[in-house]
Write a protein that binds this ligand. Sequence first.
Ligand SMILES: Cc1cc2nc3c(=O)[nH]c(=O)nc-3n(C[C@H](O)[C@H](O)[C@H](O)COP(=O)(O)OP(=O)(O)OC[C@H]3O[C@@H](n4cnc5c(N)ncnc54)[C@H](O)[C@@H]3O)c2cc1C
Length: 466
Amino acid sequence: MTPETLAQLKDAGGGWSDDPQEIAPHLVEWRSKYQGRSSLLLKPDTTERVSKILALCNAARIAVVPQGGNTGLVGGQIPFDGEIILSLSRMNRVRMVDVDGMNVVAEAGATLAAVQKEADNFDRLFPLSIASEGTATIGGNVSTNAGGVHVLRYGMMRELVLGLEVVLADGRVLDLLRALRKDNTGYDLKQLFIGAEGTLGIVTAAALKLFAKPRERATAFIAVPSPAAAIALLARLQDATGGMVSAFELMPRLGIEFVLAHIPGTVDPLSQPSSWYVLAEATGGGGSSLAASFENALAGASDAALATDAVIASSEAQRAALWKLREAMSDAQKPEGGSIKHDVSVPLKDIPAFLDEGIAAVTKLVPGVRPVPFGHLGDGNIHFNFSVPKGADNDAFLARWNEIQDTVHDIVHRFGGSISAEHGLGIMKRDEILRYKSAVEMDVMRTLKRTLDPNNILNPGKVVLV
Ligand SMILES: Cc1cc2nc3c(=O)[nH]c(=O)nc-3n(C[C@H](O)[C@H](O)[C@H](O)COP(=O)(O)OP(=O)(O)OC[C@H]3O[C@@H](n4cnc5c(N)ncnc54)[C@H](O)[C@@H]3O)c2cc1C
């Protein structure tokens, strides 16, 4: 980069830093799996600045890596080759809330929690909910097509986006910031950028759907004899509540034990241990008989041996305590040593067989491995994690990541599932996906990338190699 270009970029960025200490946190991620390298951080505060930066970068063939909250789990936000980091964190305004029209327009750097809060201030619900929501941003959520615990009822980020404002690789602003529910005027271009992980454009703002806030909520922590029983229980709860189940999370006993051991303030809500648990929540309108229907369905499930015990939250504090058991499950695995993780989905009906087959296959490879499969059962999405056997060498275990991953992913593929249900491809699964996607699918992906980013300056090396 010439000194002139560098000066122009700093000027265009408005906020910038070349201080290694300030840049350092942007080069590592939550799992400490990747270490990046970059000597320039740009922090624009307007769409116009992002546009100027990209026009300059495109002309000078300088690569940029967009970054939001840096909570991504596949290394997509890490600059591996000295690229400029383009942080959207200063573009964090909520531009508008349309209470009756049920939508909000937020800038890319607004945290998910801030948008939820702003919706709440207007007695509205923005339903996307993930454990990283205090740090993860709307731009990151759009770019990873984030999922989380409410997909069952409200869908993934893709289903919550009405419109987008995107800066293209050459600096042009593509204004698709329409809050229309119906717009059949040709190709739905915003969809291209949702889940593109910053490889096709920089998202600078999004128009998002809001919902009426639930007036009634029923939450239960339920011991179930098996994943198959959990699936049957979900169907019962959906039938009983008229489809009001908004979260249905599966957890194994070992995961609960990790949480109880490592997360202060957590307690086991049930007196007897169970192999599997479900955290189920249903939400509905005021004055409905939701809680009664929910409780009746649980009683029926107990009679049918689909549930062995349950506690229903009787206060907001108890509800929070039950949710903490689920939300702390990722954190609680850290003190237990190395963990090999998979974010996979298979058709709901195949989950029990997949769990049996997957756990048996990995246990055969690594006797004594500790399976901690948990997650969004209602969506067929399991975080299929394995902790290092007790007393085994951590590094030797982690060195087998690819072997274990390929074994798991082959089983997922055989069940017609996905090797990345919600975290994306980033760098972690960029090459792995080649084992499963057809040549035609990959060719269409490369064609899109070459068309929208002919100089390969947007997050190069992530998602797809061109
Ligand atoms: C504890 C924990 C729990 C999590 N739980 C879930 C979960 O339940 N469901 C789920 O889906 N994910 C989950 N995640 C993953 C992560 O939080 C999401 O992927 C989130 O959407 C990333 O947002 P971010 O702002 O941190 O993005 P970053 O990590 O900064 O970036 C993610 C990707 O998006 C790109 N990007 C970021 N901003 C922009 C932009 N403005 N324009 C273009 N590209 C951009 C980056 O280049 C990168 O490729 C979890 C993560 C953690 C640490």
